[in-house]
Design a protein around this ligand. Structure first.
Ligand SMILES: [Zn+2]
Length: 267
């Protein structure tokens, strides 16, 4: 393995800090990929829409299946090469809604959404970032089966990292949508918000999508102005994490508010 620092010790949020080496150079190497599919320590994550399939037996629920085990769960709509963990390949397989329904009654399996996995902490946390990778890209496949240029069916290529249109020859790459999430501060006070759908004691930072033509800083200032009516000056980057619902990158910032008068957007 490489001589990289031990990333297990670094600050990480639930979906960041992946231990996988993405090994993107292998995505176009058909012979090597075929060998990786037969690797003795190959592991597969199985995703159906919002749900992750877990083995329920044993102490902790286990999301990693062998390729043979994964084949018994349903036909793969798409298979993506996620990367290598200590030279062992990891794949993500997307199965369709009907197959997921059939699995709900199968003994020894649990189907659970990725937010719950991250919050409950019952699954080994090392699995959470590759599960986020698998869910985000398999969700992209599920929503991009037709070419946005000419409407012809598209075909997965590059080990699941591109879809090509055989008709107009367009190449389509997976999307990641930037979202700003920010804490406006003024002196020793800060602003948190809550949605009417939140549980009673839950509060969160404000957040919103970056719009086309906008910088991160501009998106932060616009969102804060829209949601609580505050003008902000300096915006500082804090941290980021992938947010696979369905395919965002959460960009965390701290914003200096110029006043303390809040006007709440109740919509
Ligand atoms: Zn096309």
């Amino acid at each position: 393995m490489s001589k990289e620092p031990d990333r297990r010790s670094l600050l990480r949020q639930a979906y960041s800090g992946s231990l996988l080496e993405r090994a993107a150079a292998l995505r176009s190497d058909e012979a090597k990929l075929a060998a990786l599919h037969k690797h003795g320590r190959a592991g597969v994550y199985v995703v159906g829409g919002e749900l992750i399939v877990l083995k329920a037996q044993g102490a902790a629920p286990d999301p990693l299946f062998s390729p043979d085990e994964a084949r018994t769960l349903g036909a793969a709509r798409e298979t993506v090469f996620l990367g290598l963990l200590d030279d062992a390949p990891r794949f993500g397989i997307g199965i369709d809604a009907a197959a997921i329904e059939a699995l709900k009654a199968r003994e020894g399996l649990t189907l659970i959404d990725l937010r719950t996995i991250a919050v409950q902490g019952e699954v080994d946390t090392a699995h959470v970032p590759p599960l986020a990778e698998a869910k985000a890209i398999l969700g992209w496949h599920a929503r991009h089966r037709f070419c946005p240029n000419c409407a012809a069916p598209t075909v997965p290529t590059q080990a699941g990292w591109r879809r090509d249109c055989p008709t107009c020859k367009a190449e389509h790459f997976p999307r990641t949508d930037p979202v700003v999430i920010m804490l406006p501060i003024a002196g020793d006070r800060c602003v948190l918000g809550r949605s009417p759908r939140f549980p009673q004691t839950m509060w969160s930072c404000l957040a919103g999508f970056c719009e086309p033509g906008e910088s991160i800083e501009e998106a932060v200032r616009r969102e804060v102005a829209e949601e609580v009516g505050l003008a902000c000056a300096q915006v500082r980057y804090f941290a980021s994490q992938p947010w696979p619902f369905p395919s965002s990158l959460m960009i965390g910032c701290i914003a200096e508010a110029l006043s303390q008068t809040i006007v709440i957007d109740r919509e």
